[in-house]
Ligand binder design. Structure first.
Ligand code: ZN
Length: 417
């Protein structure tokens, strides 16, 4: 027993001693998920001997495990390292315009439990926040993860966010601008759950999930574009999520594409969001049908124009419905016109698309968008960019928010060892 305590003391001493280098190494293991000691040495610039000693310490303190043999092109496959799954758990939340999704994940992003409820924005902010907290409590209980093992909460919100201050500054959705003005959501959640919370823009949370678990895994630079009820983007440059010094980068939905276009909830006119979001697409189809245009969408919505969904419009377009086809292609055209500017500005190697529109339409709109980008952007950058549709599901925002929080939780756990 005494020997064990001594050993623990020695390991703690040496870990603290080398912690300045061990923490970045631990973060590298977390970010890479499965990485060999040799790759760690190469990527950290540390000697093989230092890496071996530090990894040994991290294994002894229970933060890192050997996960079998990593993929290798030749010879004997090296042992891969990962953060221990049961190190700690995190709650991830995605508060969208229609659905509120909650996941309980470990620090590696493995989902232990997930649930989804309707957001019901029209019931008012206080009611929505209350329902969100109830849903989080329910998810924790149903996950069977011990309450004490939950070490943080990450929340993705589709409004305009001040991540630093943990505020929802506004929610540019019809009827929500005054409801969600400077809401201290982080403070509310921290008070309820007594663990640290991080509020993030939901599209940036999805982009982070894309970087770790999705098509962005092997890309250092890409732009993720999400088209749902709103439109947003997450920009990865040099392997890092670009937030801008003020933290507001990625508000792609409020790029002007028609100076004389419709008034946007943000106060500007002709924002991309007013012409190409799912809300705008549904509204355009509904207005045309109300004016007497014959469309397959009416049948798919069972005659109830309030039930028109983006899925029904895509389905009608696939069945060669003229109205659905035209409205979808016009939206895709506006998105591509705005993206041609982005391609000129940043020369990204890949544009990844997700959100309700692309979950429904998959590759349907990629060719026309590609054509528009090629027509409008400079030839070299246009030839270099690839357009891809995300394969992550609708939980990506909650998983991404949990993942961003897990990076902070890992640091806290490390410092407490
Ligand atoms: Zn706007």
């Amino acid at each position: 027993m005494a020997e064990k305590t001594e050993r623990k003391k020695a390991s703690r001493h040496s870990l603290a001693h080398s912690s300045q280098k061990a923490l970045p190494l631990l973060k590298l293991i977390h970010a890479s998920r499965n990485i060999s000691r040799a790759d760690l040495a190469r990527r950290s610039g540390l000697s093989a001997g230092s890496v071996t000693a530090m990894v040994q310490n991290l294994i002894q303190t229970g933060l890192v495990v050997e996960n079998g043999r990593a993929a290798s092109h030749r010879g004997r496959k090296p042992i891969s390292l990962g953060v221990r799954n049961d190190t700690a758990y995190v709650v991830g939340v995605d508060l969208g315009s229609f659905f509120l999704r909650v996941v309980i994940t470990d620090l590696n992003g493995n989902v232990r439990h997930s649930l989804q409820i309707e957001t019901c924005l029209t019931e008012g902010r206080e009611r929505v926040v209350h329902r969100m907290i109830e849903a989080m409590r329910k998810a924790i209980v149903e996950s069977e993860v011990a309450r004490t093992a939950i070490r943080g909460v990450g929340v993705g919100h589709s409004g305009v966010i001040d991540s630093e201050k943990g505020l929802v500054l506004s929610f540019p959705r019809p009827g929500q601008m005054t409801e969600w003005k400077n809401v201290p959501l982080r403070r509310i959640i921290e008070k309820e759950f007594d663990v640290p919370c991080q509020i993030e823009d939901s599209v940036r949370a999805i982009a982070s999930a894309e970087k770790i678990f999705g098509l962005g895994k092997d890309l250092t630079d890409f732009i993720y574009i999400d088209v749902g009820m709103g439109i947003g983007a997450g920009i990865f440059l040099d392997g890092k999520l670009y937030r801008g010094p003020g933290g507001s980068a990625g508000e792609f939905g409020h790029v002007t594409v028609d100076e004389k276009g419709p008034l946007c909830c943000c106060g500007n006119t002709g924002c991309l969001e007013t012409l190409a979001s799912c809300a705008a697409i549904i509204q355009a189809v509904r207005t045309a049908i109300e004016r007497g245009v014959d469309s397959r969408v009416t049948d798919l919505a069972l005659g109830d124009l309030n039930r028109i969904s983006i899925e029904a419009i895509v389905q009608a377009a696939i069945e060669n419905d003229g109205l659905a086809f035209r409205v979808l292609h016009e939206a895709a055209f506006h998105i591509a016109v705005a993206l041609a500017d982005v391609v000129n500005l940043l020369n990204p190697p890949a544009l990844l698309f997700g959100g309700a529109l692309f979950r429904a339409a998959q590759n349907l709109l990629l060719d026309p968008m590609n054509r528009t980008i090629r027509q409008r952007a400079l030839e070299k950058s246009a030839n270099e960019v690839k357009l891809l549709v995300s394969k992550l599901g609708s939980d990506a925002g909650a998983i991404g928010a949990a993942r961003l929080m897990s990076e902070r939780v890992l640091e806290t756990v490390f410092e407490a060892k």
